[in-house]
Design a protein around this ligand. Structure first.
Ligand code: NZQ
Ligand code: ZN
Length: 395
């Protein structure tokens, strides 16, 4: 097993009515002037925002509001947030929403005291040294940003847009409030995108060259099986508390590094997808489903027994009489069948509703590898030409 450093400092407050604790938690982590950051309409319609305002007001905590975060959160909104924090003397960020709102908060956190342009951090050209603390009330289990160290931002100020991440431990939320009831209002599409994203966070860590982390593998396989069984239940009955709760907790465990202890992981599918959602503004989870099968077929020879194990332990296939290649293919097909069963696209045409052009595939592969200077993927190292091939297989 590889050496690892597991760091998960976020206080998780999970269950019914836990949002009632928001003021208490903000105070506990030193917030006196809060920026409440949120998305479009969902938190207004559900009454959650009004509840948060009431609770902060009653506790005597001063706050300012900033809504309008879009999925694939934009750099232009991050800049607004940074300015507002400076003007208002904000000392704590509260994200009310999903991965996009939390990631926007993280970017504001890193840009608040940084003297240069915040995008420089996402270009990995510098590191901020001071950050604002963040807490969140999660309304969609998907991205895992509530406990992760990452933030993904879309630069909407450049031609063709660019989606990039910045990862530091300071981005880990001080607390994450998770009430599964708050996810009852999620549309089927967003629920399915979330299930796909959390499964992919687990699979990105699972499909590596390593084979000696049985504890981690067993956790990962349980998370994946749970996502499928509870995922089907939730798709059929969106207000089933138990299934929503299981999915919500799975989404957090999938991306708080627990399923990656002792492995190197891969992450190519995520990088390949970020170019799709950067260029076509599609949902991240759906983008992942559209390319994973092609990635898996392109890379599986690097560790075929692991794909065979996945087919048996996760997809429940009787692989006894199969070669590793046959088992691997059966496992990949079963995974694609599951994605399709919850309404996810398994190719790019279905994802974007039109043919992706050769030029677009080359452009995405170019951005993904920073002009063919970066090699991506822990399982099979991929260059620009490999990524073009994967887009072609997935188109
Ligand atoms: O804007 P509103 O009206 O709130 O609607 C949102 C949004 O349209 C809606 N929604 C959220 N909670 C709801 C709800 N609708 C009804 N009821 C509720 N309870 O759902 C839509 C999607 O929200 P979003 O926050 O975009 O979803 P998600 O959590 O999937 O986040 C996706 C973003 O996270 C990034 C992705 O790239 C993408 O930009 N990721 C962040 C990661 C991280 N920070 O660690 C890792 C991931 O791999 C991912 O890249
Ligand atoms: Zn993801």
């Amino acid at each position: 097993m590889k050496n690892f450093n597991y760091y998960a400092p976020t206080q998780v407050v999970f269950g019914r009515d836990t949002e009632s604790k928001v003021a208490e938690l903000v105070k506990k982590y030193g917030g006196k002037k809060v920026l409440v950051h949120y998305g479009g309409q969902s938190a207004i319609k559900s009454g959650l925002l009004a509840k948060v305002e009431k609770l902060l007001g009653e506790a005597g905590i001063d706050y300012v509001m900033l809504g309008g975060v879009k999925p694939n959160p934009r750099l232009s909104m991050v800049r607004k947030g940074i300015e507002l924090c400076k003007q208002e003397g904000v000392d704590f960020l509260l994200a009310v929403g999903g991965g996009s709102v939390i990631d926007s908060c993280k970017a504001i956190s890193s840009g608040r005291f940084y003297e240069g342009d915040v995008w420089t951090l996402y270009e990995h050209k510098d590191h901020a040294t001071q950050y604002l603390p963040i807490g969140c009330i999660l309304t969609i289990p998907a991205a895992g940003s509530e406990m992760s160290d990452g933030s993904v931002i879309t630069n909407d100020e450049v031609e063709g847009w660019l989606k990039k991440d910045y990862c530091v431990n300071e981005f880990r939320c001080k607390f994450a409030i998770m009430n599964p009831e708050l996810t009852f209002t999620l549309p089927a599409w967003q629920t399915a995108c979330g299930i796909t994203d959390m499964m992919m966070h687990t699979m990105e860590r699972y499909f590596s060259k390593d084979d000696d982390m049985e504890t981690t593998d067993a956790i990962a396989e349980a998370v994946l099986r749970t996502c499928m069984t509870e995922g089907h239940k939730v798709m059929q009955n969106p207000t089933d508390y138990t299934s929503r709760a299981n999915i919500m907790w799975a989404g957090t465990l999938a991306h708080n590094d627990l399923t990656g202890c002792g492995t190197t992981g891969d992450w190519a599918t995520h990088m390949i997808e970020h170019e799709l959602s950067g260029m076509f503004d599609v949902s991240h989870g759906a983008g992942l489903a559209s390319v994973w099968g092609s990635w898996a077929r392109y890379c599986r020879e690097e560790n075929m027994p692991r794909f065979a194990r996945f087919a048996h332990n996760v997809m429940g296939i009787d692989t006894n009489s199969m070669t590793d290649l046959e088992a691997a293919e059966a496992g990949i097909q079963a995974m694609e069948k599951f994605f399709a069963s919850i309404g996810m696209p398994t190719n790019i045409h279905t994802l974007i509703g039109k043919e992706v052009t050769e030029q677009q595939m080359v452009e995405m592969a170019d951005k993904c590898t920073n002009g063919d200077t970066l090699i991506i993927g822990g399982l099979k190292p991929l260059k620009k030409a490999d990524i073009v091939k994967i887009y072609e297989m997935a188109k």
